[in-house]
Design a protein around this ligand. Structure first.
Ligand code: F6P
Length: 319
């Protein structure tokens, strides 16, 4: 295999650039030509690409976002769109493709596999919602961004003796809220994986006040409801002034942490190795300290495991 394409797709995640760099540098090291596809699957079906070399990925390991650009392509979900992409792949002579993205992007990769294009997925999403891997690229950075926000909100929350609800991203997965809540000492964590018990949350706020707590932080995963509605209910029940912060897109930006850079470097390089070893239709992941490869169909079928012990621990430690 001599010519490999690489694209980033779906929501961007800090560390995607480090993954692109690893694909290009390891690919060149192993004697391949690397083609960067711009704007995810949109670029694949519209023929937007750039030839990459060692210098094209200089000075990007520390940068958030993705130098290739990204998109959520509706056209690629159609047969017509995928056939256009296939025509482009043949025209340019791509013998393999590396897709850096989340589960939606992997579904696209799966379709390309069915059309006979050797494809390898690299998990790049802040959501950490893929079960076959312990971590996705970008999750650690997003969590640290949220943690920084929790510390700042904690300051003002204490001064004003308020309850503060912090809504974070994650789509249908509560990992960002769960682990940043555990790390940030949040009093309650509301997740899509656990049904909401508002009475219990309010009781905990009031018990905290009784024993001298001056404020409460409540983490809310976006998939579990609306921060505004929740704040109103909590304020009505407890009588404590309750404010909300929706962190939004700051969670998707910023310089990747060391953890994400290392993960992205290892995973990007591994994706090239997999293609060059003649394997295909795989996704790269991490299990403990090992970088692993799984069959893409199996990986997409596996249900995300919920870490109930982390949830219970966060509750016990914040009493
Ligand atoms: O998948 C990453 C993510 O940031 C989710 O947490 C969020 O629900 C979604 O993307 C937002 O997507 P968009 O920027 O396309 O609206």
């Amino acid at each position: 295999m001599k010519k490999i394409g690489v694209l980033t797709s779906g929501g961007d995640a800090p560390g995607m650039n480090a993954a692109i760099r690893a694909v290009v540098r390891n690919g060149v090291y192993r004697g391949c030509e690397i083609i960067g596809i711009k704007r995810g699957y949109e670029g694949l079906l519209n023929g937007q690409y750039t030839e990459m070399n060692l210098s094209s990925v200089a000075d990007i390991i520390h940068r958030g976002g993705t130098i290739l650009g990204t998109a959520r392509s509706e056209e690629f979900k159609t047969n017509g769109g995928r056939n256009k992409a296939l025509e482009f792949i043949k025209k340019v002579g791509l013998e393999g493709l590396i897709v850096i993205g989340g589960d939606g992007s992997f579904k696209g990769a799966q379709e390309l596999c069915k059309l006979g294009v050797p494809t390898v997925g690299v998990p790049g999403t802040i959501d950490n919602d893929l079960n076959y891997t312990d971590y996705t690229i970008g999750f650690d950075t997003a969590m640290n961004t949220v943690l920084d926000a929790i510390s700042k909100i904690r300051d003002t929350s204490t001064s004003h003796e308020r309850t503060n609800i912090i809504e974070v991203m994650g789509r249908d997965c509560g990992d960002i809220a769960l682990y940043s809540g555990l790390a940030g000492g949040a009093e309650s964590i509301i997740l899509p994986e656990i049904s909401l018990d508002i009475e219990k949350i309010c009781e905990k706020i009031l018990n905290g006040i009784k024993r001298g707590k001056r404020h409460s932080i409540i983490m809310l995963a976006e998939g579990a409801g609306s921060a505004i509605d929740l704040a109103k209910s909590i304020q009505d029940i407890t009588g404590i002034e309750t404010r909300t912060t929706i962190l939004g897109y700051i969670q998707r930006g910023g310089s990747p942490t060391a953890f994400d850079r290392i993960l992205a470097s290892k995973m990007g390089a591994k994706a090239v190795d997999i293609l060059l070893d003649g394997e295909e239709n795989k996704v790269v992941g991490v299990n403990g300290n090992d970088i692993i490869a799984k069959d893409i169909d199996m990986a997409l079928k596996t249900e995300k495991r919920f870490d109930k012990s982390a949830y219970d621990l966060a509750d016990i430690l914040s009493r």
